[in-house]
Design a protein around this ligand. Structure first.
Ligand SMILES: Cc1cc2nc3c(=O)[nH]c(=O)nc-3n(C[C@H](O)[C@H](O)[C@H](O)COP(=O)(O)O)c2cc1C
Length: 392
């Protein structure tokens, strides 16, 4: 398996699977070391305060079993800092290692997966895993394709945010749509004020109630539903990103599209651009005497021009598909017998992924922005530009 690292200078590497450790339950090993998730964060500057609590706070947003809207799987997602941090919780500049043990790896659940391990679950990555890994494919809880993997990224994102904090950059994610029920437009201030005020983390508190009632209804039918998550990055300076393959919006798209169940993404006015005339779509620049900088009257571009940040809010919308595991019989294929069959799933699941996926989106955006900040600062450091361009 390749591609387990994201970032060029600030790099986050993850390993671990949904039920890692399930096959090593052995008295000779401390149970925290049976298996789970690991994160290695490379490129953390020295002198950054990183406490287990800071990381835990982020992981707790994503962990399952918090409300009737998510999976009852009992993973507590307790994080241990393993390396890179010394006295007074300060980083040394060495790679920061994180360990998140799997604890809910009971045989009863593993055996459930074993009972239909050759039957591909519709909407899951099992057909493609058979294609790539054959008989060795991880069949328990979707392995690396499981949403469980994303806990490790959230750990990396928490460390990225600790560095971004020193630059006054904030990244916030929230839910704005569920199963066709839409929130009104949400400003950064509204998102901050109503952050996590309900189980769905939808800052439109009235619409949130409607969405939650609908998810519960869908859940009672044995089904699941999707929605839309929005992410805002505030305080990002202009000039981050490269103009060709490493456009920062392209890197952010890479990070977000690498999260399971994300099926679409747009920046600013996104797909609405198709309906706008040029004069409507263009964000008109103006000289803002208060800040002494160029600003833009609108933000249809979502904070980018030519792949480089323009100093306005980065605004991203992502489409989240309905959770693949459903309690409705579905047609599929038994891969060992190569015959059509019907699957009646029995495992635990989230009726909507939205309440747990927004922290993962936050993490990927944080990592991408910090990495671009490093590159921009390095490039500026060796560029002989008139300092007047730093002030625009
Ligand atoms: C945080 C998170 C939690 C997830 N939980 C579940 C789950 O409980 N049940 C499920 O069927 N899929 C879950 N998924 C989605 C699957 O991992 C994903 O849809 C599947 O691997 C197929 O990938 P694709 O949808 O990107 O094609 C979760 C994804 C994330 C990011």
């Amino acid at each position: 398996m390749m591609g387990n690292t994201f970032g060029k200078l600030f790099k986050v590497t993850t390993c671990g699977e949904s039920y890692a450790g399930g096959f090593r339950k052995n008295l000779a090993i401390p149970k925290e070391l049976y298996g789970g998730l690991l994160t290695i964060v490379d490129g953390v500057p020295p002198g950054i305060k990183i406490t287990p609590d800071m990381i835990q706070k982020e992981l707790d947003k994503r962990k399952p079993g918090q409300s009737k809207l998510d999976s009852p799987r009992k993973e507590i997602d307790k994080v241990y800092i393993f390396s890179g941090v010394m006295e007074d919780d300060l980083t040394t500049g060495a790679p920061v290692g994180l360990v998140i043990p799997n604890v809910d790896i009971e045989d009863i659940h593993m055996d459930q997966y074993r009972s239909y391990k050759d039957v591909v679950r519709p909407g899951h990555a099992e057909y493609t895993f058979f294609k790539k890994y054959g008989d060795y494919a991880d069949w328990v809880g979707a392995g690396r394709a499981s949403g469980r993997e994303t806990a490790a990224r959230v750990g990396g994102g928490a460390i990225a945010q600790a560095v971004l904090d020193t630059f006054g950059i904030d990244v916030i994610g929230f839910v704005t749509e569920s199963h066709g029920i839409k929130a009104g437009p949400i400003s950064y201030e509204q998102a901050k004020a109503n952050y996590r005020k309900n189980e769905l983390n939808c800052p439109d508190l009235e619409k949130a109630e409607e969405m939650i009632a609908d998810i519960i209804k869908v859940k009672e039918e044995g089904d699941t539903c999707g929605g839309v998550v929005e992410i805002i990055a505030k305080g990002v300076p202009s000039g981050l990103g490269e103009p060709v393959f490493d456009k920062l919006n392209a890197t952010i798209a890479h990070g977000i599209m690498s999260i399971g169940a994300i099926k679409g993404l747009e920046f600013g006015a996104g797909f609405n651009h198709a309906e706008l005339k040029g004069s409507e779509s263009n964000d008109e620049p103006y000289f803002d005497s208060a800040s002494g900088r160029v600003r833009f009257k609108t933000n249809n571009s979502g904070g980018f021009l030519g792949g480089i940040t323009n100093g306005e809010e980065i605004r991203i919308r992502v489409a989240v598909k309905a959770t693949p595991t459903v309690s409705v019989p579905q047609a599929t294929v038994n891969m060992s017998k190569m015959e059509n069959t019907i699957l009646e799933p029995i495992t635990r699941r989230d009726p909507s992924l939205c309440p747990r996926i927004y922290p993962v989106c936050e993490a990927m955006v944080r990592i991408a922005i910090l990495d671009a900040l490093y590159m921009a600062k390095a490039y500026r450091g060796v560029s002989n530009l008139d300092p007047k361009w730093d002030r625009i």
